[in-house]
Design a protein around this ligand. Structure first.
Ligand code: TYM
Length: 328
């Protein structure tokens, strides 16, 4: 039997460069590896764990699928669908939630961050977010999960639950490992933290035009352009990291030498960087038009993906029901 890969993106809007480099590039690599069967979903149930716009959720879900397809995910090679179309995810999540404590969930950095962002919306669904994520992965017995480094604490929870449940009930869930890409951490344009959809001004979208990219980069904080040492964090450090990711490490070295010598001209750096980013995403934007113009194709991908995923999910649920003593 082939080993399985599972990953997904929340349905919070179109993808940004962080999602692309940290996750989707990994999805693509594993989709093309014949040793694996890959399942990639749009996580719409995870999207409703923080405040969301009901009128936009459905469109957001479709938009992520279109981004996936435009990036090169291929329904002939991968199972592509939306999480809520496979109800087994929530069924298994309930079972798994009895294997982990409330305290463990409350201590997760991702939970604390969301509590800070939405202090009036600290719900049970938010607390249970990592359990639902563990369920997404274990439902398919996936051993490899292409995600950015920010998701590592969640994978640790999934491993812990897999271990416990295997010991207790004799199941055979693999302990899932993260599949890392070169862009496992794409920094924010604001100079603080990672590129994130929930922080305005922090991200460049995969569908942004060259002008939009230039405009966003022009707002990224800089300094005088020279110094005694290369900054390790902040606006300049983040710009250098983006240069490395889109123009290569040689180019980064050039800028670093300038920084320690005659000085960096950020206007030039930002223009070159904007062009390099656009060059990488322009083919994706062209490809996306095909799917935008063919909504029935997108619908078919989602529907067929749900059917295929449902077959695998159903088997796991039958097995776990038996193991834990639920009526069949
Ligand atoms: P989400 O929607 O926040 O992000 C989707 C993917 O993009 C990666 N990512 C980044 N990678 C590098 N640098 C960044 N700045 C950056 N920002 C986002 C994330 O690491 C992620 O891989 N919890 C998940 C969704 C999920 C899931 C799952 C993933 C639900 N169930 C099961 C894998 C398996 C999330 O919030 O992704």
């Amino acid at each position: 039997m082939k080993k399985r890969v599972f990953s997904g993106t929340r349905a919070t809007g179109r993808l940004h460069l962080g999602n692309y480099l940290g996750a989707v590039k990994g999805y693509l690599e594993l989709q093309n590896n014949p040793d694996y069967e890959a399942i990639y979903m749009v996580m719409d149930l995870h999207a409703i764990t923080t405040p969301y716009d009901k009128a936009k959720l459905f469109e957001n879900t479709r938009n992520v699928v279109m981004d996936y397809l435009a990036c090169g995910l291929d329904p002939e090679k991968s199972i592509i669908t939306a999480q809520s179309l496979v109800p087994e995810h929530t069924f298994l999540a309930h079972i798994l939630s009895s294997e982990i404590t409330v305290a463990r969930m409350q201590h997760l950095p991702t939970f604390k961050e969301k509590v800070k962002q939405h202090p009036d919306h600290v719900t049970m669904a938010l607390l249970n977010y990592p359990v639902l994520m563990a369920s997404d992965i274990l439902l398919y017995k996936a051993s490899l999960v292409p995600v950015g480094i920010d998701q590592e604490p969640h994978l640790e929870v999934a491993r812990e639950i897999a271990r416990k449940i295997n010991e207790k009930y004799g199941t055979d869930f693999p302990e899932p490992k993260r599949f890392a890409t070169q862009g496992e951490y794409v920094p924010s344009l604001t100079g603080e933290g990672k590129m994130s959809k929930s922080v305005e001004g922090s991200y460049i979208g995969l569908t942004d035009s060259l002008d939009e990219i230039k405009k966003k980069l022009s707002g990224a904080p800089t300094d005088s352009g020279k110094g005694e040492a290369i900054p390790e964090k902040g606006g300049v450090a983040n710009l250098f990291k983006l240069v490395e990711l889109f123009e290569g490490s040689e180019k980064r070295k050039e800028y670093e030498e300038k920084y320690l010598g005659g000085g960096v001209r950020y206007g030039e750096l930002k223009t070159e960087l904007a062009e390099a980013i656009f060059k990488e995403i322009e083919p994706i934007q062209k490809q996306r038009k095909i799917y935008e113009n063919d909504p029935s194709l997108v619908e078919r991908v989602i529907k067929e993906g749900a059917e295929k995923a449902g077959i695998i999910a159903g088997k796991t649920i039958e097995e776990i029901k038996d193991k834990i003593g639920l009526i069949k």
